[in-house]
Design a protein around this ligand. Structure first.
Ligand SMILES: Nc1ncnc2c1ncn2[C@@H]1O[C@H](COP(=O)(O)OP(=O)(O)OP(=O)(O)O)[C@@H](O)[C@H]1O
Length: 268
C-alpha cells in the first residue's frame, strides 16, 4: 500500500510505529493557557518540524515532552511509556526525580543556547553524561565521544574549550553531547536561531545527516528550507493549538488555513 500523500516521505518506513503520542495536552502558567489541547503523533524515524509565531507554545510543548515542564492535562507517551507520570485508577501521579531522569536519558534535547560546560573541553563535555549519569567506563565513553565529534565534523576540535569554538561548532558539540546518551528521540528547540547566518548551514547539515541515519526528531525552527527539504511532517502552531499539519511541501505550497498562510508569507 502506498503512503497517503499527506504522510511523511523519506525517513519513515511503512508500518513504523508511533514513537511519540501527545494526546489532549494542556499547559497553564498560572492563568495563562499556553497549550490548549495538543494532539500529535511522531512515528519512529520521522522528522517532525514545528513552526509558528513567537509565543505560540512550541518551546513549551518540547519542554513538556521531556518533562522539563509539567503538563496541566492530557498524556504524553514516548515509546508507549507515559512521560512524567504514572497512571493509577484514572489519576496521574508524578514520577520521582530519579524516574524522570531515567526517561530523559532516552530523549536528547538541543537548545537555542548551547550551554556547554565552559571549563570542559569539547570531548569532556560529550563524555560527561555517559560517565556521570550512565556510569560508563571512561575509555569506552571517550572512544564513542570521538566518533560523535567526528560525526558532527569536529574531530580536530576535541581538545578545544567552548570559548575557542564558534557558535556553530559549540552547537554541534551540544548535538554530540545529546547523542552520547544514545537517545531514541531528539528534540531541537530553535537550534540555529542564535547563530551567525554563515554558521547555520553546518548545523543543519549535521541534523540532516542525523535524520538520514534514522533518528526520530522534533525540530522547532524558523528554517523553512530545512522543513521543506528534511521534514517528513510540518506542523503549524498558533495560540497554543495545532492549526494544521501535513507534508511540508504541501503545507508550504498550499496552506489550508489563513493563519498558516499569513505566517508563511512573513517567513518565506
Ligand atoms: N516558565 C514560564 N512561565 C510563564 N509563562 C511562560 C513560561 N514559559 C513560557 N511562557 C509563556 O508561554 C507562551 C508560549 O511560550 P513558548 O516559549 O512556548 O512559545 P514559542 O512558540 O516557543 O515562542 P518563541 O518562538 O518566541 O520561542 C508565551 O506567552 C510565554 O511567555
Amino acid at each position: 500500500m502506498s503512503a497517503p500523500a499527506t504522510q511523511g516521505t523519506h525517513h519513515v518506513s511503512p508500518g513504523a510505529k508511533d514513537l511519540v503520542r501527545i494526546e489532549g495536552v494542556h499547559k497553564y502558567f498560572g492563568q495563562h493557557h499556553v497549550l490548549r489541547g495538543i494532539d500529535m503523533t511522531v512515528k519512529n524515524g520521522e522528522v517532525a518540524v514545528l513552526i509558528g509565531p513567537s509565543g505560540s507554545g512550541k518551546s513549551t510543548l518540547l519542554r513538556c515532552i521531556n518533562h522539563l515542564e509539567t503538563i496541566s492535562a492530557g498524556r504524553i507517551r514516548v515509546d508507549g511509556e507515559l512521560i512524567g507520570y504514572r497512571e493509577h485508577a484514572g489519576k496521574l501521579h508524578e514520577l520521582t526525580v530519579k524516574e524522570v531522569a531515567r526517561q530523559r536519558r532516552n530523549i536528547g534535547m538541543v537548545f537555542q543556547r548551547f550551554n556547554l560546560f565552559g571549563h570542559k573541553t569539547a570531548l569532556e563535555n560529550v563524555i560527561e553524561a555517559p560517565v556521570q549519569v550512565k556510569g560508563q567506563n571512561k575509555a569506552v565513553a571517550k572512544k564513542r565521544a570521538l566518533e560523535l565529534l567526528d560525526q558532527v565534523g569536529l574531530s580536530d576540535r576535541a581538545g578545544h574549550y567552548p570559548a575557542q569554538l564558534s557558535g556553530g561548532q559549540q552547537q554541534r558539540v551540544a548535538i554530540a553531547r545529546a547523542l552520547a546518551m544514545e537517545p531514541e528521540l531528539m528534540l531541537f528547540d530553535e537550534p540555529t536561531s542564535a547563530l551567525d547566518p554563515e554558521l547555520v548551514g553546518d548545523v543543519l547539515n549535521v541534523m540532516k545527516d542525523l535524520a538520514a541515519s534514522g533518528m526520530t526528531m522534533i525540530v522547532v525552527t524558523h528554517e523553512i528550507g530545512f522543513a521543506r527539504e528534511v521534514g517528513d511532517t510540518l506542523t503549524f502552531m498558533d495560540g497554543g493549538v495545532v492549526v494544521e499539519s501535513g507534508n511540508p511541501r504541501e503545507v508550504i505550497a498550499n496552506p489550508q488555513h489563513e493563519r498558516t498562510q499569513a505566517f508563511l508569507s512573513k517567513v518565506l
